[in-house]
Design a protein. Structure first.
Length: 231
């Protein structure tokens, strides 16, 4: 999609957003820039909500980067331009709304998404980032397509553990070692959209403040139907 067509698409999508959600948004602009992530190859900043100091309350500019979209679409003949632009536009408008409401939820989620990307890349990451994701059940959090199941232990890892997945009990081995452990469970049926990660961590306490933490450990295991489970 060429830049002028991108501008027209963005203008049409802006008109679909109720005016009250755009209160304080000074402009929504298309930029020809390509904005690569400074650390990760193949990752691009698609949009940005820029706060402005105009002395008139919380105001912002929303910018979507056409060059970044083109870079993502370069290897895909079926790139869903409208869906991607719409999702990015809503994301940046929500940034503005959160700032207006003095809420930090979206910034926390973005930080957690960056930490999850680091985990996928094998880079260091914060051991509690998953808890800033979307809570979808008790002690279960979602970041993009990945699900994290939070399990607190007093320090001993079970040799085997069980996960209920779509009504079926799945058993899996837990490798011994240090905590915290981010254990990716493979072989679940039906297959999840992303990864299912069991996070084993120690119960928080004052003693944890007095010693250095071990870095998070990552491992993979394979699930099997638990004895007596219904298939």
């Amino acid at each position: 999609m060429e830049f002028r067509a991108f501008e027209r698409l963005l203008a049409r999508l802006v008109r679909e957003i109720p005016e009250e959600y755009l209160d304080g948004v000074v402009s929504v602009e298309a930029s020809p820039r390509t904005v690569p992530d400074p650390l990760h190859r193949g990752v691009f900043t698609l949009g940005e909500c820029v706060p402005l100091d105009l002395g008139e309350g919380v105001t912002s500019r929303v910018i979507l980067y056409h060059g970044s979209f083109r870079a993502l679409a370069a290897d895909r003949g079926d790139f869903p331009w409208r869906d991607e632009v719409w999702e990015t536009l809503l994301h940046e408008v929500r940034h503005h709304m959160e700032w207006r409401a003095h809420a930090d939820a979206l910034e926390d989620f973005d930080w957690a998404a960056q930490q999850n990307f680091a985990r996928h890349e094998g880079a260091p990451f914060d051991p509690l980032f998953h808890r800033a994701g979307e809570a979808v059940a008790e002690d279960v959090f979602r970041l993009d397509d990945d699900l994290f199941v939070d399990r607190v232990t007093r320090g001993d890892l079970p040799g085997t553990d069980v996960l209920e997945w779509h009504g079926v009990s799945h058993q899996f081995d837990v490798p011994a070692g240090t905590l915290p452990l981010f254990l990716v469970v493979e072989g679940l049926k039906p297959r999840p959209a992303g990864e299912v990660v069991i996070v084993y961590r120690r119960k928080p306490g004052l003693r944890l403040l007095l010693r250095r933490h071990a870095p998070p450990r990552a491992a993979h295991t394979r699930a099997r139907p638990a004895p007596g489970s219904v298939r």
